[in-house]
Design a protein around this ligand. Structure first.
Ligand code: HEM
Length: 324
């Protein structure tokens, strides 16, 4: 049944992986959710980043954030809910697995008045595909490349034509010591508009106050399949976990619609403020099931620069409804 559905949707899709495809409100979001299921199985959980843990805290803005965007968020501290996660749609993926990279970091800012603002980031400064349509092709190649498939697999062929996808899967950092010791990247670009109406494209990054620490192979061997989930509770009870949130400012030559290319490291980073995580949430199935982070939930003063965000924003609720 699922195969027939996917085949039908594939016929409806525009061919190729152009940015134009990402602006179309086509069947692509539904296709992408099916692609995740084909690649990872459907476990009645998040289609991807299925394994995770929820914590609570607050955001305190910096003065520089308010200069860059008129968003009220940068004028007042607000509570946040965050969820750290492992990659793939496998709810029981071992935290020690390399396939669990990149790790996820999603933040929900509880703004005054109740309007939501969400950021959904991961621990790699880039993405394996330039557009959502290209990402769909990658997931389909992955799904068709099981251990019994002869070489070159569809994934090998995809990598041969898409070196950035190969780099994504082969240059991840080792598993982190803790979810609190990885840096996270927003990857897609957004537009900040200041009080005078001046606009600037930015990409987000979250830098851990505890420093970045990753596990050497020997140390990893001693860790359990749930070491990240087990570690974060005692850590946050002992002391708050902090991340500084930065906006990386684009320059004219930086593409805002291709998250597979990281912007040069010499681009200016503006400190937007600090996220302080100070307690575990009630990590019961109802809480996790009811939590939806939407990358297109934006406050006034922040807009979408990368069309991939629009497709993501349509795909996440489909997965959310499936897992109710
Ligand atoms: C076309 C590109 C993408 C698609 C189609 C996609 C799709 C999805 C879907 C369907 C979910 C599950 C939503 C839910 O059930 O609540 C999800 C979750 C997630 N995605 Fe994406 N995603 C894309 C790009 C990205 C990018 C660029 C990042 C990181 C920069 C990212 C990071 C995450 C994370 C961390 C979660 C877990 C959120 C949570 O904790 O609830 N995704 N994605």
């Amino acid at each position: 049944m699922a195969t027939i559905l996917v085949a039908t949707i594939v016929e409806l899709l525009p061919t190729g992986g152009s940015a134009v495809a990402d602006t179309m409100p086509s069947a692509l979001p539904a296709q992408l959710v099916q692609d995740f299921h084909a690649a990872f199985g459907d476990h009645h959980a998040r289609a991807v980043h299925a394994k995770g843990i929820i914590l609570e805290g607050s955001f305190q803005p910096s003065a520089d954030g308010a200069r860059l965007s008129a968003a009220p968020l940068f004028r007042v501290g607000v509570p946040v809910t965050v969820r750290f996660s492992d990659f793939t749609g496998l709810p029981d993926i071992p935290d020690t697995s390399n396939d669990a990279n990149p790790r996820g970091f999603a933040v929900k800012f509880h703004l005054p008045g109740g309007a939501p603002y969400d950021i959904v980031a991961h621990s790699f400064n880039g993405f394996p595909a330039a557009t959502a349509a290209e990402f769909s092709s990658l997931l389909q190649a992955l799904a068709r490349s099981g251990p019994d498939v002869g070489k070159p697999t569809p994934l090998d062929r995809f990598f041969a034509d898409h070196p950035r996808a190969l780099a994504f899967f082969t240059t991840q950092k080792p598993p982190p010591e803790s979810f609190a010791t990885a840096a996270y990247f927003g990857v897609n670009a957004f537009i900040f508009t200041d009080a005078a109406g001046h606009s600037q494209s930015v990409r987000y990054r979250f830098v851990p106050e505890a420093g970045e620490h990753y596990l050497a192979p020997n140390a990893l061997k001693a860790r359990s399949a749930t070491y990240l989930i087990d570690e974060i509770g005692p850590r946050v009870r002992a002391q708050p976990i902090r991340f500084t949130w930065y906006a990386q400012l684009s320059e004219l030559s930086d593409a805002v619609d291709n998250p597979s290319v990281a912007w040069p490291e010499n681009r200016r980073l503006v400190n937007l403020g600090v996220i302080t995580i100070d307690r575990l949430a009630a990590n019961v199935p109802d809480t996790d099931r009811g939590l939806l982070f939407l990358p297109g939930n934006l406050p006034e003063g922040i807009g979408i620069a990368d069309p991939m965000v629009t497709i993501r924003n349509a795909a996440y609720p489909l997965s959310f409804h499936e897992r109710q």
